[in-house]
Design a protein around this ligand. Structure first.
Ligand code: UTP
Length: 457
């Protein structure tokens, strides 16, 4: 054993993790090198935080929760017309977009375990007529933004080690779906090991630790270490619009949301949807001992979950959608100060046995920000995530909800037309019902068969 491997072994032994070298003597030279390379990446100092995260699952700290303020930017009923306050900040967002100060972070590094699709989730064909994939949907939303603002925001796609190659190959095969390849960057997030019930690191085999992506909260460390924050700075980017690859209906950039973030001087902004069922399993934006935070539904007492205000509506209603605007300076500050987001532990199947898996969550940036702004958006317009093999968040459920929305939008835009059997609106055409009327103004539209609405050449 070389001196450096010997030192590594000692470090693991001292940390009570000597078992990771159990098979050393029987390993071939290549396998040994692979194991050492992997173990060198493990931050043993983090073991204490991992154990603390497990303890926190068993006995969460008591919270002092109170509702947090949110901006309601639009009417609550279809077609969700923007309020005056929202219209007033749109020019601010618009200006940032025109100046090229906005980038898009698309996180696509998850394992998509629940959906069970063979390949990156972004390669899932979701639109009903063209079979357009989620990645193309997002690319076409960007093309539309480019048309609208004269500048196409650069796209930063976070991938995981498990899907980086497939994702890059998919974009290459499709020539970045019409985006400029120089404006599409991929970066791989980090990984974290798992612990068994005895606090021992779980092995995937004799020569490998078991590891998994470190959660969407890994985005900040990965953006920093892979040079993406520097790339943004070099391009003059000041604001990052953060979206997740599975939310079909989310705008990649939203001038009202950006405008609100900028004019309120926020460091982090978030979008929420209104929770109406106290049992809905969604993290809630609220104040925890006065600090803006997302608190998991599991940490709410039944009394708090069911608490209603004077208006009869749920007091804790702000369902987290995982959609943000981040100030670049804020992200840089977190990176420069090596601020680690907390670890969250969950019991998961790891190698056919139950073990503790760890992740960081992007919403844990919220309590670290000097100013946070929250904006409520209409659920059916902007929240349609593909998570499961079936049910409302399965492919059929998502397609059905999308159909319902666009059929209503078409009826509003063109009351003269009969309802088509199927409708697909190209994301490069428009993003919501408010825009559809203008987008198809004066067009001859045939609704006697399946209808696909695209931009005209
Ligand atoms: P989810 O938490 O829903 O995870 O991610 P998932 O990987 O899509 O699906 P499950 O839980 O394994 O079934 C929400 C978004 O965050 C990204 C996902 O790609 C998705 O866009 N994500 C999640 C990452 O980029 N990295 C991660 O480590 C976890």
């Amino acid at each position: 054993m070389s001196d450096s491997s010997q030192a590594l072994r000692q470090n693991f032994q001292q940390a009570g993790q000597g078992h990771v070298f159990d098979a050393w003597d029987s390993l071939a030279e290549r396998a040994r090198r692979r194991l050492v390379r992997q173990l060198e990446q493990v931050d043993l100092a983090q073991l204490a935080a991992m154990r603390a995260a497990i303890t926190a699952v068993a006995g969460p700290v008591p919270r002092k929760l109170s509702p947090a303020p949110a901006f309601a930017m639009a009417d609550e009923s279809f077609p969700y017309l923007l309020h005056d306050a929202a219209r007033a900040v749109v020019p601010v967002g618009d200006r940032a977009l025109r100046r090229g100060e906005v980038a898009v972070i698309l996180v696509a590094g998850g394992q998509g375990t629940r959906l069970g699709f063979d390949g990156p989730k972004g390669c899932y064909p979701i639109l009903p007529l063209s079979g357009m994939t989620l990645f193309e949907v997002f690319a076409r939303k960007l093309l539309r933004a480019g048309r609208e603002y004269g500048r196409t925001p650069p796209l930063y796609v976070m991938v995981g080690n498990h899907n980086e190659q497939a994702t890059r190959a998919f974009f290459e095969e499709h020539r970045c779906f019409g985006l400029n390849p120089a404006d599409v960057k991929f970066f791989a997030q980090g990984e974290l090991p798992a612990l068994d019930d005895n606090g021992r690191l779980v092995m995937a085999g004799p020569d490998a630790l078991w590891t998994a992506p470190d959660g969407h909260g890994g985005v900040i460390a990965a953006m920093h270490s892979k040079g993406m924050l520097a790339d943004m700075r070099a391009r003059g980017v000041r604001y990052a619009s953060y979206v997740q690859v599975d939310n079909l209906q989310i705008p990649v950039v939203d001038a009202a949301f950006l405008g609100l973030h900028i004019s309120e001087g926020a460091e982090v902004s978030l979008k929420v949807v209104r929770k109406t069922d106290p049992a809905e399993k969604v993290g809630i934006y609220c104040l925890d001992d006065g600090v803006p935070s997302i608190v998991e539904y599991t940490e709410f007492t039944p009394a708090d979950s069911n608490l209603r205000g004077q208006d009869g509506r749920l007091a804790f209603w702000q369902g987290n959608m995982a959609v943000h605007v981040f100030g670049l300076e804020f992200l840089q500050r977190l990176a420069d100060t090596s601020t680690q987001l907390p670890l969250h532990a969950a019991r998961k199947k790891v190698n056919d046995a139950e073990a503790w898996k760890f992740e960081r969550f992007v919403f844990d940036t919220i309590p670290l920000a000097n100013r946070v702004v929250c904006m409520e958006v209409p659920r059916e317009e902007q929240f349609l995530p593909l998570k499961n093999p079936d049910g409302p968040f399965g492919p059929e459920g998502v397609r059905a909800a999308c159909q319902q929305y666009w059929k209503k939008a078409l009826k509003l835009a063109r009351p003269d037309l009969a309802e088509p059997p199927v409708i697909e609106v190209d994301p490069a055409l428009c993003e919501n019902a408010r825009e559809l009327a203008t987008a198809i103004q004066g067009r001859k539209v045939d609704t006697s068969g399946p209808l696909r609405l695209e931009p005209q050449a």
